[in-house]
Every structure is written in C-alpha cells, then in structure tokens.
Ligand binder design. Structure first.
Ligand code: ARG
Ligand code: ZN
Length: 485
C-alpha cells in the first residue's frame, strides 16, 4: 500500500527532505497524501500482467458500466463512437489507461472536465485535471472516430470489428474488442453495458442483452438500444449490423424464478440470421429455449435476462463465439453441437469468467463436456465414447490444458478436448452424484464473478470431500498421455 503511493513528486516539483519525511509519516499513519487540498495519485498500470497478454487490461480502477453510443456507416466503414465509462478507482490515480487499437480519439473528459489524452500503441492514457481518490467513482468519456481495423490473433484468426457486405460484426476473444471501443479489456474487469447503435434505415443493429429502445432519428437513421444488466467481460460484447431476419419469442424462463438460485422470470429469446441462411437456420434457432431448459436442469438457473443467437454469412467470422446472451455463428458452424457448446458457455465462461487467459480450459473444457453430456442424455452417445475418442487423438496431448505453452496455443485442442477429459475423469473419480453437484454448484458459487483453475480444483475437492491431487497431476497438469485412460 505504501509502495504504490510513494512517488517522486513529478507534478509538484522536488520535495524537501522534511516534506518527504512528513509524507512518509502520513503514509505510516494511514492518512491520505493530501497536499494543498488535492489528492496525489499515481498512474494506473498499463496492463494486468496476464500470463499470455500482459498489456491487456489496466490497473488502478474497476469499470462498473460502459455506455457505448456508436454510429456506423456501412458504406464507408466509418464508426463514430462515444464511450462513457463509469468506474471506481482502486488507488489514488493521477492517470489511467484504456485499451484501444486504431481509431482516432477526438476528446476525453473525466467527471465532465476535459482530460488530457495520449496514445501509445494500444494504450490510451487519460490524465484528469485532478487526481482521483482511491475508492471514488468517476465517469470517463471518450469520443472517437475512424474505420475500425480487425486484429490478427496470436493464433492467426481475425477478430474485432469485421466488415461485411452490408454492415459489420464484432467478436473479441481474446483481444478484439479494443478495435471498436476503449475499455479495460481484460476478462477480470466485468461490467454492465448499454450499447446504442445508430445505422442507416433498413438495417438491423443487434447486440447483447435486452433491446430497450428503437427509434428513428430525424435524419432517417435508426437507433437501437441494448441493455446488459449482468456483468459482462469485454471479449463477450458483440455488435451485428446488416440485413438480418429476426425472430423473437418470450420463453418461460427455465428453472426457478424465486429463491436463492433464481433465474430471470421470463426470457426474451431473440435470434437473427443473414437472409441467405434465415430459412435454413430457423428450425435450429427454434430449439434454443429447449436446449436452455435442458442445460438449466444440469447447470442451474440461466444467468442472464436475455438469450438468442446471431447467424452470419460465411466468410466473415473466423469462429463461433459465445457472445453474452446472444452467441454469434458463421453459418457453416451453426449446428446443434456448436449451439449446445455456445449456450453452455453462458454458464461456463460468461457468468463464471476466467480470472486470466490461462484459465481458459474452464470455459472450453466445460463447454465441450456440455456437448458430451448433451449427446449422452439426448442423443444416445455416452460421454465415455467421446472421452475414448478424445483419448485416442494425438493432437489432444500436445500440452496440459491448464498450461498452454503460449498465446498461440490458447484455443488448441488440448484446452477443449483434454479440458473435457479432466471433467470426465473427475466424474469417474467422485461419482455421478457429486459430479452433478459440481456442475450446478460451480456456476452458482462463482455466478457473475471470475474464477481460476485453483478455485476450481479447491471447489471440486470440497464437494468430493477429499484431496484429488492424483487426478489433477495427471489429467490437468501432466505432460503427455497417460498410459491408460
Ligand atoms: N470461445 C470460442 C468457442 O466457442 C472460440 C474463440 C476462438 N478465438 C480465437 N481467437 N481463436 O470455442
Ligand atoms: Zn467454446
């Protein structure tokens, strides 16, 4: 605590020995470093030292809410945005960073007063006129503009704001969301969102959560407003603009609506599909309420106030993504297995979010195991058949799921398949009853929070009532393939 508050006084000039001693005394006494009425802060860290993406995210504050207002012109590809970020300082702050790739910042304010802003790589630094006190809530506003450029991931996939023939679609796992809005783009900092989209008439503008407004502007453009009340990691934010055919139904929310494990009372299920794939995808889109009801039986209450799916034309998205409440799919991967996978992520990944990118197997292992469970319960293929298939494949043994060798390997088969194998071995070890309790208890315990691999192994052991080191050593952390399944 004293360390982060100790600095050399760059903004106030060199300190005398006596002043420094007084300051040290004040710090020792736990007093704040107030001089001349203002609090003296330090710059927040430029990254959260994620093991794979050290510069992702920023220190010194915790975002509570993003209000993004985006106007998009599909003809020119130009995006005009305002991001209003409500955050709480977690240290005395003289400046803080936001992650933003490309685009031009036109202006910034903090609590209504103009703030100096500076760009260096993907870091945008805001320096408010007055330092922000530890614990204070503040509002930063950034106005920006430009043609967003997608980024190429460590694994070679394109993500971020991706242009289509008639609009755009945005996906961001792990880093792409910084291509379309400034923010604290690490999964550890989840926040509520309101996303307001203004687009030419005739186009849909979809995003996460509940649609709360749709209005025609005086100039004829149409504005749609989306509200995500539950916390969301920024990699799960999405936008889909273009011609889409939509279908809405209000499902009776699956699961309990009262009591300590309550889910939402009713669930708007909104799906959208590119016109070329609307008819072909309608039947499967119609299965979403039933799949969610089945998953609710296994995983507990659905964690969000809305649901749905967005099916895009092939050729734009490099992958399907479990974007919160409304996963997005390239048409070619909109099949039941992938749908089950992305819907399972609403519990595993979206509600319980990895503490760092190293913990990704908690997302992908669970979502893959959810496919195996679904096949076992509704398609007559036992999970052990999937386990045996995965065990036999060499690609799944390249590295242990809990320790991918580099960012490049984050989404490789061991994270998915071997991650699911860990869960199957856990099931065999603790028995079906305890395993079922883990499937419901894990998303309940870390609902709308972040969790690490250590949190999971500790939780599983607490349910099992015993140490499971032997299991983790071999299946979660062990190099290479065990002699026997
Ligand atoms: N989470 C997505 C899934 O459902 C995959 C995201 C892949 N991202 C990437 N950069 N390769 O499996
Ligand atoms: Zn997945």
């Amino acid at each position: 605590m004293t360390r982060r508050r100790t600095r050399t006084g760059a903004r106030t000039g060199p300190r005398t020995g006596a002043a420094a001693a007084l300051l040290a005394l004040a710090l020792l006494a736990g007093g704040c470093t107030e001089v001349g009425g203002g609090v003296r802060g330090l710059p927040g860290a430029a990254g959260l030292r994620d093991p794979y993406f050290p510069k992702l995210g920023n220190g010194g504050y915790d975002v509570r809410h993003y209000a993004l207002s985006l106007a998009y012109d599909p003809g020119t590809g130009r995006l005009d945005g305002t991001a209003e970020i409500t955050a709480r300082a977690t240290q005395d702050l003289s400046a803080f960073n936001l992650d933003l790739a490309g685009l031009t910042v036109a202006g910034a304010t903090v609590d209504g007063a103009p703030a100096a802003h500076n760009r260096a790589g993907d870091e945008l630094t805001l320096r408010p006129r007055e330092d922000i006190r530890d614990g204070a809530e503040f509002k930063a506003t950034v106005t920006y503009t430009g043609v967003p450029e997608p980024i190429t991931d460590a694994d070679g996939s394109e993500e971020g704001w991706l242009r289509t023939d008639d609009g755009a679609v945005a996906v961001g796992e792990p880093e792409g969301s910084m291509t379309w809005f400034p923010g604290n783009h690490h999964p550890a900092d989840k926040a509520a969102y309101d996303i307001t989209l203004t687009v030419p008439a005739g186009l849909e503008a979809l995003s996460n959560g509940v649609r709360t407004d749709r209005r025609t502007e005086r100039d004829g453009r149409v504005t749609t407003v989306w509200h995500s009340a539950e916390p969301m990691a920024s990699y799960l934010a999405t936008v889909a603009i273009g011609r889409y055919e939509t279908a809405t139904e209000t499902a009776r929310a699956p699961g309990p609506t009262t009591g300590s494990d309550a889910g939402p009372a009713s669930l708007p299920v909104l799906t959208a599909a590119d016109p070329s794939v609307a008819a072909g995808s309608a039947a499967l889109r119609g299965e979403i309420p039933e799949i969610l009801a089945r998953q609710t039986e296994r995983f507990g209450p659905y964690p969000f106030s809305a649901a749905g799916a967005i099916v895009t034309e092939d050729g734009t998205l490099g992958y399907a993504l479990e974007t919160q409440t409304r996963p997005v799919f390239p048409a070619a991967s909109f099949d039941r297995t992938t749908l089950v996978h992305e819907l399972a992520h609403q519990w595993f990944g979206n509600s319980v979010t990895p503490a760092t990118w190293r913990d990704l197997w908690l997302n992908e292992g669970f979502a893959t195991y959810a496919e195996w469970l679904y096949a076992e319960e509704y398609e007559g293929v036992p999970a052990r058949t999937h386990f045996a298939r995965a065990f036999a494949q060499d690609a799944n043994w390249a590295f242990p799921p809990a320790t991918p060798p580099s960012a490049e390997n984050l989404f490789d088969p061991p994270v998915y398949q071997r991650g699911a194998m860990v869960l199957h071995k856990l099931r065999e070890t603790v028995g079906d009853a305890a395993f079922d309790e883990i499937l419901r208890g894990w998303p309940a315990k870390y609902r709308h929070a972040n969790a690490s691999t250590d949190d999971f192994t500790a939780y599983a052991e607490s349910v099992a009532g015993k140490d499971l080191d032997g299991l983790w050593d071999v299946w979660l952390y062990g190099e290479g393939k065990p002699a026997a399944p």
